[in-house]
Ligand binder design. Structure first.
Ligand code: HEC
Length: 136
């Protein structure tokens, strides 16, 4: 009889632990999910902002959605894969311009009125459309 009581208590304790564990797991899941959702939202906001700056400052040569024009090369191109042209090359291109070396469009002049933050947004946009196009 005594033995039986002990067993019941033991199971009760175990159940409480189990519930506690479930709660902890649920809370962790909740946090991770919330953080992920927030990051995804701010990333797509940045991509949209980047698209606006890109369209205003880069699209006349690099084309809408990076497809290129008669005045500049496409950015949806393996030359501009992140492993070949890292993000730094974008900051330099905007700040200093680019001497023609891959194509025959002539030099890219430096682009005025685009801050480092703007360029960071442009990079997010360009990487997003490169990814969409299956470049990586
Ligand atoms: C007046 C036309 C023109 C505009 C405007 C322009 N580009 Fe370019 N861009 C070029 C040309 C032409 C090249 C290719 C040079 C080459 O490699 O032959 C180039 C190359 C680049 C490269 C490759 C750099 C490298 O190291 O090879 C990047 C990155 C780039 N442009 C980003 C931008 C961004 C971002 C903007 C807008 C802020 C922009 N460009 C606006 C014409 C332009």
């Amino acid at each position: 009889m005594v033995n039986k009581l002990k067993t019941v208590t033991f199971v009760g304790v175990e159940m409480n632990h189990f519930k506690g564990l479930l709660l902890v797991v649920a809370v962790i899941f909740g946090c991770v999910f919330t953080i992920n959702a927030a990051t995804a939202a701010s990333t797509s906001d940045d991509v949209k902002k980047g698209e606006a700056v890109y369209n205003a400052k880069c699209a006349k040569c690099h084309g809408a959605k990076g497809v290129g024009t008669k005045s500049g090369p496409p950015l949806i191109h393996k030359f501009y894969h992140p492993n070949h042209h890292s993000d730094v090359s974008f900051y330099w291109a905007v700040e200093r311009g680019v001497r023609a070396h891959h194509w025959n469009f002539g030099d890219m002049p430096k682009v005025d009125g685009v801050s480092k933050d703007d360029t960071a947004l442009i990079i997010k946009y360009v990487r997003a459309i490169q990814k969409q196009a299956g470049l990586f």
